[in-house]
Ligand binder design. Structure first.
Ligand code: C5P
Length: 286
């Protein structure tokens, strides 16, 4: 086999907490992550003589090592001690870009999984996650997926009980947020609200969606510039008014998600949000 297609799901942060700064310049995280059904499709074609290159329908995405998918392929070949083979990576992008939903990291994780199969390397998911940590902090989570507690830089993963079945509405507002800038803003801010991560994990263990949804929270929301924070709050409040059991921003934003137990309410929220926003999706946990 010289080609395969791998599904690369988006993720949301049920919680995002920052415990402090680290000597390596990164931050110590505590996050409960959940993968969702919205996904890219990543096709790998080995030995197509293009070097290691990524293609997508989006002209502004890099095609070289600046693309996490290419970076993952190079890290994979290095980890297995082989010269990079020619590899054409075709990214069918459905996950919004720069959205806090780990689209680039998930594509990178899909490349690691796909190359593991295509080359017959037979590495364990944990070994692939370790390679992923060299590519980006969210890549190890994306290799494993599902419901996970992510600590350290994001690469220390503990499997959690799955999020009970629900409908997850995603809405990406039109502005972009720089992750390093947001971390800097957090460094400079007096710390206030923190998520109840332990309570959320207990609610997962009890399979209680309502109690999970009450506890979704992201500390980055509190350090957004005021105009962006107002827009995030407006979307969150709208989702709650339309019947969401809880709502929060995911990752370093700007995508907001709402958790619903009733499909008809989630459908109606999608319809209403689409009147104002172009990137609105109905998803479910995977
Ligand atoms: O690891 P990754 O390349 O995804 O991180 C992007 C940026 O986010 C880093 O350069 C760093 O500024 C910040 N970051 C951090 N602490 C983390 C993860 C990311 O400060 N745990």
């Amino acid at each position: 086999m010289t080609a395969c297609t791998v599904t690369a799901p988006a993720k949301i942060n049920l919680t995002l907490d920052i415990l402090g700064t680290r000597p390596d310049g990164y931050h110590e995280m505590k996050m409960v992550m959940q993968s969702v059904s919205l996904a890219d499709q990543v096709t790998l074609e080995l030995d197509v003589p293009v070097g290691v290159r990524a293609e997508s329908g989006l002209g502004y995405l890099p095609r070289d090592g600046k693309n996490l998918a290419v970076s993952a392929a190079l890290a994979f070949f290095q980890a297995v001690g082989r010269e990079p083979r020619d590899l054409r990576i075709v990214l069918e992008k459905n996950i919004p870009v720069c959205a806090g939903t780990a689209g680039g990291s998930s594509d990178a994780a899909a490349v690691l999984r796909g190359l593991n199969t295509l080359t017959g390397a037979g590495l364990s998911p944990e070994a692939l996650a370790e390679i992923g940590a060299k590519v980006g902090s969210d890549v190890p989570y994306c290799v494993l997926g599902g419901t996970q507690l992510a600590e350290g830089r994001g690469e220390v993963l503990t499997a959690m009980p799955p999020l009970p079945h629900c409908f997850i509405v995603l809405c990406k507002p039109g502005f972009n947020i720089s992750t390093p800038v947001l971390f800097k803003a957090w460094d400079q801010q007096r710390k206030r609200l923190r998520p109840d991560t332990g309570g959320l994990i207990a609610a997962l263990e009890a399979e209680n969606l309502t109690e999970v949804a009450r506890r979704v929270y992201n500390v980055f929301e509190a350090v957004l510039p005021p105009n962006q924070r107002r827009e995030i709050d407006r979307i969150k409040n709208g989702l709650i008014q339309m019947g969401a059991l809880g709502a929060a921003m995911t990752g370093s934003g700007p995508t907001v998600f709402g958790l619903f137990d009733r499909k008809e309410l989630a459908d109606e929220a999608v319809r209403a949000l689409r009147e104002q926003y172009s990137e609105v999706f109905l998803t479910h946990p995977v």
